[in-house]
Design a protein around this ligand. Sequence first.
Ligand code: GDP
Length: 189
Amino acid sequence: DRNTGRLGASLEDSASADSKNLRAKLVLLGDSGVGKSCIVLRFVRGQFDPTSKVTVGASFLSQTIALQDSTTVKFEIWDTAGQERYAALAPLYYRGAAVAVVVYDITVPESFNKAQYWVKELQKHGSPGIVMALVGNKADLHESRKVSVQDGVDYAEKNGMFFIETSAKTADNINQLFEEIAKRLPRTS
Ligand code: GDP
C-alpha cells in the first residue's frame, strides 16, 4: 500500500519536509451528515455525489495544491467514515494531524454544539500548533439557516481558528477552504 509509510506522518515530519513542498495530515471532524465526505469529494474529485460514500477501506485520500508563492501542499485527508460515533477512537485518528477541519451544518444547531466539543478535544489532545478550521457547510440552504454567520465567526475568533462557510453542493468556498489552510501551515526555512 503506497500510503502505509505516511500514515504516521507527524506535524514535525510535515514541517521538516522541504519548505516548498509541504505535506500535511488533515482530519475532518463533525457530526455525521454535516457533509464531511462531500467536502472531500468536491475538493479531490470536483464532484458532488452524495451516493459515493467513502468506505472505511478507502477513507484516505490525498490532494496537492499549489500556492501563489510556488509552495505546494499535499494534503493527506482522513475522513472518519462514520467513526465519529466511537469517541474513544478519536485520539488515534487525529494523532499527528497538522490540520483539523471541524465541520457543522448551518441548518442544524446541534451540529454546531458538536463542533465546539471537537474543538475542545483538539485543544486538549491535538498536536501543538495544529491548524484548525471551523466550517459551516450547506451554506446553499440559507433559507433553513439556524446558525448565524456571526456565531461561527465569534466562536472561531475566540479559539484562534480560521472560519469559512462552504457548500459542497455548489462548490462555494471549497477550494478557498483548503487554500486558506495551506497558507496557515507552519513553514520551515
Ligand atoms: P458526513 O456524514 O459528514 O460525511 O456527510 P456526507 O458528506 O455523507 O453528507 C450528508 C448529506 O448531506 C448527504 O445527503 C449530502 O447530499 C448532503 N450534503 C453534503 N454537503 C451538502 C451541501 O453543501 N449542501 C447541501 N444542500 N447538502 C449537502
